[in-house]
Design a protein around this ligand. Structure first.
Ligand SMILES: C[S@@+](CC[C@H](N)C(=O)[O-])C[C@H]1O[C@@H](n2cnc3c(N)ncnc32)[C@H](O)[C@@H]1O
Length: 275
């Protein structure tokens, strides 16, 4: 696909093509260590068969696209994302790993002109929480699925239910409402909202269940604190001063165990299908 595809989530596009996307692309291995513990649950729920054509929404650096492509050995997987730096990383990792049936396109999943009925299954690991109009976006994904096609994705649970909540509580109090509750990482953290959005987008048989994974943030609190201080939501909410880095490093210390900083995290695993 060319660079002429429509983009309506312009703020997200700026963020993921700016600092945030650069950070994810540069630290792709760190983000995989954080989120990779959820892969098996997602891929099992997606039940990808050898002939499937898989769409990975908000594919980022493309780990799930590559894993899906390996399962769909006679079909293939297409990752779609707004972020040029992450797509560049995704393409180079797929080439390095020799995954020839993984393709990547730049596009805004809310309005991207996917081939109608062109996919058997759509998946996403934390890439569907940023749409300004989620009903329109999931409606667009539904049209991209064939009749009976499946949707399986992971989205964040409320922070308070995870070790991230303890980390957040250890940070200095905010003097403004936290960024990220509307079209941000926590926008689908209420399963009632997820059911409402997917129902509104025309999906059937919506299920959601909580899954748990250990996230590895770094070898020790210092390294993890450095990384966490650079993470987009922390930068957006707290800025980037030494004080923030020191606070997050201190907050990481209780989670140092067996040579790593390990956080218990949960996610909603959501499934649905096109009728
Ligand atoms: C939290 S990251 C997850 C990336 C990847 N799925 C992973 O698990 O590593 C969210 C991703 O969604 C992408 N994204 C956000 N809004 C999008 C949109 N409207 N269309 C396509 N991608 C989008 C971002 O560029 C980013 O790569």
């Amino acid at each position: 696909m060319t660079e002429t595809q429509p983009i309506v989530n312009t703020h997200q596009s700026e963020a993921w093509n700016g600092y945030e996307g650069e950070h994810w692309a540069e630290h792709h291995d760190r983000y995989e260590a954080m989120n990779g513990g959820f892969n098996d649950a997602l891929l099992e729920a997606a039940a990808i068969g050898p002939h499937d054509r898989v769409l990975d929404i908000g594919c980022g650096n493309g780990q799930i696209t590559r894993l899906a492509a390996r399962r769909a050995s006679l079909g293939g997987a297409t990752g779609v994302d707004l972020s040029r730096p992450m797509l560049a990383r995704a393409r180079s990792l797929a080439a390095e790993e020799g995954v020839a049936n993984a393709a990547f396109e730049r596009g805004d999943a809310q309005v991207h002109p996917f081939p109608t009925g062109g996919f058997d299954v759509a998946v996403s690991r934390f890439g569907v929480m940023f749409f300004a109009d989620p009903v329109a976006a999931f409606g667009n994904v539904r049209r991209a699925l064939r009749e009976g096609g499946r949707l399986a994705f992971l989205c964040m649970t409320p922070l308070a239910e995870t070790d991230m909540g303890a980390l957040a509580a250890a940070l200095p109090p905010l003097d403004h409402a936290p960024v990220g509750h509307d079209a941000g990482p926590l926008s689908l953290s209420d399963p009632d909202r997820v059911h409402e959005v997917l129902g509104g987008a025309g999906f059937h048989g919506v299920t959601s269940r909580k899954v748990e994974a250990e996230q590895i943030w770094g070898r020790d609190a210092r390294e993890a604190g450095e990384f966490f201080a650079g993470w987009g939501p922390i930068r957006h909410n707290y800025g980037s001063g030494d004080e923030v880095r020191e606070a997050v490093t201190k907050a990481m210390r209780p989670f140092e165990r067996d040579g790593a900083v390990r956080l218990r995290s949960t996610a909603w695993l959501v499934t649905a299908r096109r009728a």
